[in-house]
Design a protein around this ligand. Structure first.
Ligand code: KIV
Ligand code: ZN
Length: 516
């Protein structure tokens, strides 16, 4: 199709994605993901909900100060304090957007807001005008639009466009819509609202019935020109529409869609791996685009066809989404320069010589234990360095674990706690259990272990294990990560990393559950 219109990709991994229980991210983690999204040329990055907590404010501010090429967005309820806080967090952005919202469905207005439709319209108009004092780029969302009345949506959207909203977002907050019906809704809104040409229409679909991508694409067919989505489909409950599926569907079916994105799709796998490793949410093997089997051709008949002509069974090329070979790049004789150069090729740039030296020392330690070092090993190595660098009050100094057939496993651990060494020991049901109990004997976190998972970073029995530990305490949930060729040590690192996050992160407000 000639001259396709632009489809704006609005990524909300750092905001809605972070709202999935257990996916909370630190400021540094958000910056790492935001840099990867910017490199992929995502148009808008929703970096957080600045009023939620001081940590969220700082994270949005830091992303706004770091990212130059994407628009940075902050979420705000239609309340003065929220909007002002978002405006403040975005003050230094090259291009900043305030995203304000209020619920519009009868059930939300009556039960949650306890406001009349007239009051909701008035509040929405007021909020958009307030946001316009900070930026010309203001998005308005009608929360639970998927269950709102079309006449009311027309009324409120017309009013907020008049008040200065430049993007109108139509969320299917509870994942209730059906593709054809949702597409019709978008078409009707654009047709019926007299000033609809003054704004971009956007959609934000949740995946409760597994239809988030279908609903979003149906909206695109009917005129939506922004899609809100997340990497790996992360998000509240069943998640949001998956960015990689939306972008690749539109790109692959250019014969069908009259719009396209400007994303560099070869960055998709890097973003997917990064988000998965930071949140500890693994990607299922059969997940479209980014699952390990997405481009694997198992059955004989498929393999035969692909060998004769790849188009027989492949509609996309693996390399177009960044499925490059995981190259064996280095070994124990590789030097510091080669190490730096390869990491630069992987887009890892060190802030200081000290950081580089520290990572190189870790690389040498790893190369002593593991014969071949792959790209993924290098990524884990620098990620691991990042984890322990971030103002961590606790550090794992050493761990000794004995595990023998017929004997009860026992562990002895040495931690540095605020700079002072402390020893602990314990027995356990297995070596990991003993190691965690030994750590607990020192830190006494009184937290609950919610998830423990181990992934092999590469293949082979000498592969590094990447461990995620999820801890919960007083309603707060954090993820810790650790990587090592010894999975018991990786587990201990992950436990200590999670505990450090519990110490750092104060509780956050949830944008859609609290009204004050
Ligand atoms: O799902 C939703 O309605 C939201 C809004 C805040 C846009 O996340
Ligand atoms: Zn949402």
């Amino acid at each position: 199709m000639s001259n396709p219109e632009k489809l704006i990709i609005f990524d909300t991994t750092l905001r809605d994605g972070e709202q999935s229980p257990g996916a909370s991210m630190t400021k540094d983690e958000k910056i790492r993901i935001a840099k990867a999204l910017e490199k992929m040329r995502v148009d808008v990055i929703e970096a957080g909900f600045p009023i939620a907590s001081p940590g969220d404010f700082e994270a949005v501010q830091a992303v706004a100060r770091t990212i130059k090429d994407s628009t940075i967005c902050g979420l705000a309820r239609a309340l003065e304090a929220d909007i002002d806080r978002a405006g403040e967090a975005l003050a230094d952005a090259n291009s900043g957007r305030i995203h304000t919202f209020i619920a519009t469905s009868p059930i939300h207005m009556e039960q949650k807001l306890k406001m009349s439709p007239d009051q909701v319209v008035e509040q929405a108009v007021w909020a958009v005008k307030r946001a316009r004092n900070f930026t010309d780029d203001v998005e308005f969302s009608a929360e639970d639009a998927g269950r709102s009345e079309i006449d009311f949506l027309c009324r409120i959207f017309e009013a907020v466009i008049d008040a200065g909203a430049t993007t109108i977002n139509v969320p299917d907050t509870v994942g209730y819509a059906m593709p054809q019906q949702f597409g019709d809704t978008i078409g009707t809104l654009i047709e019926r609202i007299p000033n609809s040409d003054k704004a971009i229409f956007s959609v934000h679909c949740h995946n409760d019935l597994g239809l988030a991508v279908s609903n979003s694409l149906s909206a695109v067919v009917n005129g939506a020109r922004q899609v809100e989505c997340t990497i790996n489909g992360l998000g509240e409950r069943a998640g949001n529409a998956s960015l990689e599926e939306i972008v690749m569907a539109v790109r692959t079916r250019q014969d069908f869609f009259n719009c396209n994105t400007e994303l560099d799709t070869s960055q998709i796998m890097t973003c997917s791996r990064l988000v998965s490793s930071i949140t500890g949410f693994p990607v299922q093997p059969n997940k479209a685009i980014v699952g390990a089997n997405a481009f694997a051709h198992e059955s004989g008949i498929h393999q035969d066809g692909v060998l004769k002509s790849r188009e027989t069974y492949e509609i996309m090329r693996a390399e177009d989404v960044g499925w490059a070979q995981n190259r064996m790049v280095m070994g124990k004789h590789s030097g510091r320069n080669a190490f730096r150069t390869r990491l630069e090729e992987l887009d890892v740039v060190f802030d200081s010589e000290e950081e580089l030296n520290d990572a190189f020392r870790r690389f040498k330690d790893l190369a002593d234990k593991k014969h071949e070092i792959f790209d993924d090993d290098l990524r884990a190595l620098v990620t691991d360095a990042g984890f322990s660098a971030e103002n961590e009050r606790m550090q794992l100094i050493s761990l000794k674990v004995c595990s023998e057939t017929g004997e009860t496993p026992n562990a002895a651990v040495v931690l540095s706690v605020d700079g002072a060494e402390q020893n602990g020991s314990a027995i356990g049901g297995g070596p990991v259990d003993a190691a965690f109990k030994a750590i607990e004997s020192i830190i006494q976190s009184e937290s609950e272990l919610q998830l423990y998972s181990v992934n092999a970073i590469t293949s082979g029995t000498d592969a590094q294990g990447e461990v995620t530990v999820r801890l919960q305490k007083d309603g707060r949930i954090v993820n810790g990560q650790g990587a090592d060729t010894d999975i018991v040590i990786a587990s201990a690192k992950a436990y200590v990393n999670a505990f450090n996050k519990l110490l750092q992160e104060p509780p956050k407000k949830h944008p859609q559950k609290s009204q004050v």
